[in-house]
Design a protein around this ligand. Structure first.
Ligand code: G3P
Length: 495
């Protein structure tokens, strides 16, 4: 008998993964393809829209081949890098310009002018987001303006879309120009309260409504596939969701009190909240997911530089395998010997939000060693996560009892143990490297009836390793106050 499975695609910044997920939540097959980034100017980052699509076709084909003929596909699920955005021709799907990456700062000037006009509180109230070039809205405006496309955009000849939107367009053969609410909630054009594009925000950012996708729930039948490479025609495209939100869903963090941290080059913490609330502590408000008419809101904190600090220091020291060698150095010492490294290499994100902050190493003495500095770099990840965790705890309204951890850097045991020590709460490390794809698969499974409820999904096997705090409260706070002092110095500006 054939095994029922969902083809889950996770299109990320550095690679595209494809998974076949069975009805027991098990991964039946898995493949991935790398994708390139281009840096045409300092702080500009872009990708090739057709290469992204090609990587989806190739990863899916390899995965389906592994799955063999014993698999019966029931749906396609998509999780994706968020905030990255592109334009294409409505008539023929031809991309117009690059995909501007979420990491790209090219719309900084426009953001600055919005800030100078005192629009931050208004924009934040409507969209839940601070003004920042990371969000897609100002990137769309940049693409339209630079390419002289405003008139064509207003005439409805173009489509704008986040990556979920682009992939859904391709997979449906141009039948569906849609995106999901989680991706929409990261554009800075979306009204969180009304859950639709906000006319005032569109006007402020200069984006014509005619180019925007229809916003749909994360779990819903968005379209049917046409035959694309090895992907057969007629499959329901049953979920679209931003990867960070998908990770929370994949970790079964469905209810208030759950909080997850994804450890990558940067980090994102997210916690579901019972109703929409704007943060007073430097967090973003967002939509966690929408399942049909049921919408869950969340608070999110984005930290710019976490794993990237380890990579940066490793490269700075000329190590041939920066991340692995630096982690090994950090493992050689029991503590950082009073060293702190504030990796404000691109300013500081949540909860500090200081673009002018600069990186700082402090506490150096003649006895300081390289392993201690390596350890301070690993610890800096945990301190930054604690700062966001504390902000979430202050606003969550319920106790955050454990931290659900996922992402590449969680392989580092020292980091996980220090994280538990410094928040004083257990950390549960997700043993799957595919939690975003799994989250998207679960949502698609709900949409097509493979699973009946979140309770059923929560009961699926989910291997985790627990790290229990070992420091006393005094030791913990002594460490953390040292970090706070170091941050205060990193954010001291000279005018
Ligand atoms: O918000 C950016 C995030 O979605 C990127 O995720 O996994 O592609 O680095 P990733």
């Amino acid at each position: 008998m054939k095994q029922t499975a969902i083809l889950a695609i996770d299109q990320g910044t550095t690679n595209t993964k494809a998974l076949l997920v069975g009805a027991a939540g098990n991964v039946l097959a898995r493949a991935s393809r790398p994708v390139q980034r281009r840096y045409p100017r300092p702080a500009w980052v872009e990708q090739d829209p057709l290469e992204l699509w090609q990587s989806v076709l190739e990863a899916s084909a390899a995965c389906l081949e592994q799955g063999g003929s014993d698999v019966e596909l029931v749906a396609v699920a998509i999780s994706n890098q968020r905030e990255s955005v592109l334009l294409w021709e409505r008539a023929n799907g031809r991309p117009l310009g690059p995909c501007v990456s979420w990491q790209c700062q090219r719309s900084r000037q426009l953001c600055q002018s919005l800030q100078d006009r005192g629009l931050e509180p208004f924009i934040r109230e409507r969209s839940g987001l601070t003004i920042d070039p990371m969000f897609s809205g100002t990137k769309i405006r940049w693409l339209l303006e630079e390419q002289g496309l405003l008139a064509r955009a207003e005439a409805g000849e173009l489509c704008a879309g986040t990556i979920d939107s682009w992939l859904c367009w391709q997979l449906s053969g141009g039948a569906a120009h849609v995106c999901d609410m989680t991706n929409a909630s990261r554009t800075q054009l979306f009204n969180l309260q009304r859950r639709d594009w906000d006319e005032d925000l569109l006007q402020l950012l200069g984006v014509p409504a005619a180019i925007l996708p229809v916003v749909e729930p994360s779990a819903a039948i968005h379209a049917r596939t046409v035959a694309c490479g090895a992907i057969p025609a007629g499959l329901p495209l049953a979920s679209l969701i931003g990867d960070s939100h998908a990770a929370l869903f994949g970790q079964a963090g469905f209810l208030p009190g759950a909080v997850k941290a994804t450890y990558g080059t940067g980090s994102s913490l997210m916690t579901p909240i019972p109703e929409l609330r704007l943060s007073q502590s430097g967090l973003s408000a967002t939509i966690a997911w929408a399942i049909g008419e049921r919408v869950t809101y969340a608070l999110e904190g984005n930290i710019y530089v976490t794993g990237a600090a380890v990579e940066w220091l490793g490269r700075f020291l000329g190590l041939s395998d920066p991340v692995v060698e630096l982690a090994a150095l950090a493992d050689r010492v029991p503590d950082s010997g009073g060293l702190y490294f504030v990796p404000a290499l691109s300013g500081l994100g949540a909860p500090y939000w200081d673009k002018e902050a600069r990186g700082l190493i402090c506490g150096l003495t003649q006895a300081s060693t390289l392993p201690q500095l390596a350890r301070a770099t690993v610890e800096a990840i945990a301190y930054q996560v604690r700062a966001v965790f504390d902000a979430m705890q202050a606003e969550a309204g319920v106790e955050l009892q454990v931290l659900l951890a996922d992402g590449g850097a969680t392989r580092n045991d020292l980091l996980m143990q220090f994280q538990a020590d410094i928040i004083g709460k257990p950390v549960l490390r997700c043993e799957s490297a595919d939690v975003s794809a799994l989250g998207a698969a679960y949502l698609a499974g709900l949409a097509v009836g493979l699973w009946a409820s979140e309770e059923e999904i929560a009961a699926l096997p989910r291997p985790r390793q627990r790290f229990t705090p070992t420091l006393s409260a005094e030791e913990r706070e002594a460490h953390y106050s040292g970090w706070q002092e170091a941050v205060a110095r990193a954010t001291l500006h000279r005018s």
